[in-house]
Design a protein around this ligand. Structure first.
Ligand SMILES: NC(=O)c1ccc[n+]([C@@H]2O[C@H](COP(=O)([O-])OP(=O)(O)OC[C@H]3O[C@@H](n4cnc5c(N)ncnc54)[C@H](O)[C@@H]3O)[C@@H](O)[C@H]2O)c1
Length: 361
């Protein structure tokens, strides 16, 4: 029998998806669960036929059966939880947003370097069938050179405001939601350098107790001069999915164009007079195993299996710490742009946190 990686899961709300991924993957076993809510930990153990859980993160970190810690706690706790896992000698998979401000970014990077362990940001959308297909199609060269990219993630997430931490001043949809389309843009345009945008807190969001905006439109510019667009709206109803996918990525290239859509498991492209709309509907049960489309464990299974392959090959899984931190800098630049009413350079944000060297990598 080949040896499997032992997964410890911290935070068992969305953490449920990586548990499902781990128990269904031939490369992994779920070694331990951890949440400050003991009843939830017991519920998850019963759901997945597991026995080992703790409410004490340090106890899980001291457990030698855990090789990799999957972090699914509220956004503002990620930096602390990542650093502690690295200090305990564990590899880390941290959900998006990787961190929600840059004040501890240097510390996170130093901890990773000291430990020599791998850290991957769980940018789940990259691992969803239509987006995997779009990336492979683009990489094949069939679409030609990228001209522009438009990415958006808009959903009626008023239900999310039932979580007490979502109503705290620390919670921002800018990090929780925009982290998906911001990552998609940087996946194709890693040299994005500047952003300008507006943000607004809707009456629906305010009524739900949200402290920060829930409505965003941004225009981005890359060092090459290419431009892109990112949109996110989180407290309004959405139009029918046939007309507007909640998560979508459009690549407009010099020979063709393509669009990957999320819940619809759909990929459309046109090159010259050839066009197709491809469906990944056959994989619906793999991606969406429970909770309708609000949990999408198939993406997590794809990314933990990719992580395991990288570890076996001695490669760095992506997005890694450096890429993740620059994406956080992009989101911080977005935030500042909405407050200052002017374009903000990622370089100026990074420099303020002594992270300027990251752009040279
Ligand atoms: N597509 C995706 O990748 C995706 C989707 C949803 C949520 N997320 C991310 O997952 C994270 C968690 O979101 P959620 O919706 O599960 O929130 P949640 O509130 O449902 O779950 C968070 C859990 O963490 C536990 N917790 C809080 N502090 C803790 C601590 N110090 N130690 C141990 N456990 C602690 C809570 O008890 C709770 O069970 C967020 O960062 C969110 O952005 C990612």
């Amino acid at each position: 029998m080949t040896e499997t990686l032992g997964l410890g899961v911290l935070g068992l709300g969305e953490g449920r998806s990586i548990i499902s991924a781990g128990v269904n993957s031939a490369a992994w076993h779920v070694a331990c669960l951890c949440d400050t809510n003991a009843a939830l930990a017991q519920e998850r153990c019963a759901e997945f036929g597991l026995t080992r859980y703790t409410t004490d993160y340090d106890a899980m970190l001291a457990d030698p059966v855990v090789d990799v810690v999957g972090i699914y706690t509220p956004d503002h706790l990620h930096a602390d939880h990542v650093i502690r896992a690295l200090e305990a000698g564990k590899h880390v998979i941290c959900t998006k947003p990787f961190i929600d401000d840059l004040s501890r970014a240097r510390e996170v990077m130093a901890a990773q370097q000291r430990s020599g362990r791998q850290v991957m940001v769980g940018q789940s959308t990259r691992f969803f069938a239509p987006f995997i297909r779009q990336r492979a199609h683009f990489d094949s060269g069939a679409l030609g050179d990228l001209v522009t990219i438009e990415a958006s993630y808009s959903a009626d997430h008023r239900w999310f405001l039932n979580k007490p931490w979502a109503r705290q001043p620390a919670f921002k949809w800018l990090y929780g939601g925009i982290s998906h389309p911001a990552d998609l843009v940087r996946w194709y345009l890693p040299d994005v350098s500047e952003v300008m945008g507006y943000a607004y807190l809707s009456a629906n969001g305010r009524a739900g107790g949200l402290a920060n905006p829930d409505t965003y439109h941004f225009v981005l510019k890359a060092a090459s001069g290419k431009i892109a667009r990112v949109t996110g709206v989180y407290s309004c109803p959405t139009v029918p999915a046939e007309r507007d996918s909640p998560m979508t990525c459009i690549l407009r290239c010099d020979r063709g164009a393509s669009q990957a859509d999320y819940h619809e498991l759909r990929y459309a492209w046109k090159i010259g007079d050839q066009a197709a709309i491809e469906s990944f509907e056959a994989q619906r049960d793999y991606f969406f195993r429970f909770g309708g489309v609000s949990h999408h464990a198939g993406e997590y299974q794809n990314y933990i299996e990719y992580f395991a392959r990288c570890l076996a090959a001695g490669e760095t899984p992506k997005p890694d710490v450096a890429e993740g931190v620059v994406t956080v800098a992009l989101m911080q630049a977005m935030d500042e742009s909405t407050q200052l009413g002017r374009p903000v350079q990622i370089a100026e944000v990074l420099a303020r946190h002594e992270l300027g060297d990251l752009l040279a990598r």
